[in-house]
Design a protein around this ligand. Structure first.
Ligand code: ADP
Length: 232
C-alpha cells in the first residue's frame, strides 16, 4: 500500500494522504508494497495534520502487531524534512535519511565516505554498494527494529529497492510527495540553513526571525536550480 501526497502549496503544506486511484498507479509510478502477515502490535497510520485536507478521501493504513515501517520519497525541497519530522514524531519512528547517513560517513573520513563525496558533490547518486549497505546496517540496529522506521531518500532506483527487499526489508506504506517543478526550483534556490541551530529557513516563505540569524545563514552547495530541474 502506498500513496501520492500532493504538496503544491508555496508554504509548508500539511500532509494529505489521498487514496490513490487505478489511474494514479498506472500514470505516476505508484509503488505498492504488500502488508506483512505476522503481527505483534497495532497501528493506525493517519496523516499527522489531516483536518485541512482538500481531498475528501483521506488515506489510512492499519498495521497490526509489529513496528510500523514507512518509506518516503520526493524531490529536493518537496517538503520531506517537514513531513518526516511530523510522521516520526507522531508514530515514534526512527527517522533514517540516506543523505544524512552518507554525510555522517563522509565526516568519519572513511574510504567509503571519500568516494561518496565525489558523487554527492556532482549531485549524482552514490553507487549502490555504498548506499545500500549503509541503509541496511542502519535498519538492522535495535532501535529501528523495535520502534519502526521512516526511511527517507531511499530507494532512489529500482536496484536499491530490490536490494533492500532481498535483505528482507519492506515498508508497510510508501509516500511519494508530489510538487510542481517550478515550485521546487523556488524552494531550493531560497532555502537557507542556520549552521548554529540546524534550522532550515526560506528567504521568502520562512525568513529568519532576526538580523543576527540572517547574517549567519548558509546555502547548501548543491541547492541549485539545475539540481531541482534534473531530479529524476
Ligand atoms: N538513496 C541514495 N542513493 C544514492 N545516493 C544518495 C541516496 N540518498 C542520497 N544520496 C546522495 O546524497 C545527496 C544528498 O541527498 P539528500 O540529503 O537526500 O538531499 P537531496 O534531497 O537534496 O538530494 C544526493 O544528491 C546523492 O548524491
Amino acid at each position: 500500500m502506498g500513496c501520492i501526497v500532493n504538496l503544491n502549496s508555496a508554504a509548508t503544506a500539511s500532509l494529505r494522504l489521498p487514496t490513490p486511484t487505478e489511474g494514479d498507479k498506472k500514470e505516476r509510478g505508484f509503488c505498492c508494497f504488500p502488508r506483512r502477515r505476522h503481527h505483534r502490535r497495532h497501528h493506525q497510520f493517519r496523516p499527522p495534520s489531516a483536518p485541512t485536507a482538500t481531498n475528501s478521501r483521506s488515506h489510512s493504513l492499519t498495521v497490526t502487531n509489529e513496528a510500523l515501517n514507512v518509506m518516503i520519497s520526493g524531490a529536493p525541497a518537496s517538503g520531506k524534512g517537514t513531513q518526516c519530522h511530523l510522521i516520526a514524531d507522531k508514530y515514534g519512528l526512527v527517522h533514517i535519511a540516506a543523505g544524512d547517513l552518507l554525510r555522517a560517513e563522509i565526516a568519519t573520513g572513511s574510504e567509503n565516505g571519500k568516494r561518496a563525496k565525489q558523487y554527492m558533490e556532482k549531485g549524482q547518486l552514490v553507487p549502490d554498494e555504498i548506499a545500500v549497505m549503509m541503509v541496511k546496517d542502519r535498519l538492522l540496529k535495535p532501535d529501528s527494529k523495535e520502534r519502526g522506521w521512516l526511511l527517507d531518500g531511499y530507494p532512489r532506483s529500482l536496484s536499491q529497492a530490490t536490494a533492500l527487499k532481498g535483505f528482507g526489508f519492506e515498508p508497510h506504506t510508501f509516500l511519494l510527495l508530489e510538487v510542481s517543478e517550478d515550485l521546487l526550483v523556488e524552494r531550493v534556490v531560497g532555502r537557507r540553513l542556520d549552521p548554529v541551530t540546524g534550522k532550515i529557513y526560506h528567504l521568502k516563505y520562512s525568513p529568519p526571525e532576526t538580523e543576527e540569524i540572517a547574517a549567519r545563514l548558509t546555502q547548501r552547495f548543491d541547492d541549485t536550480e539545475e539540481k531541482a530541474r534534473i531530479y529524476p
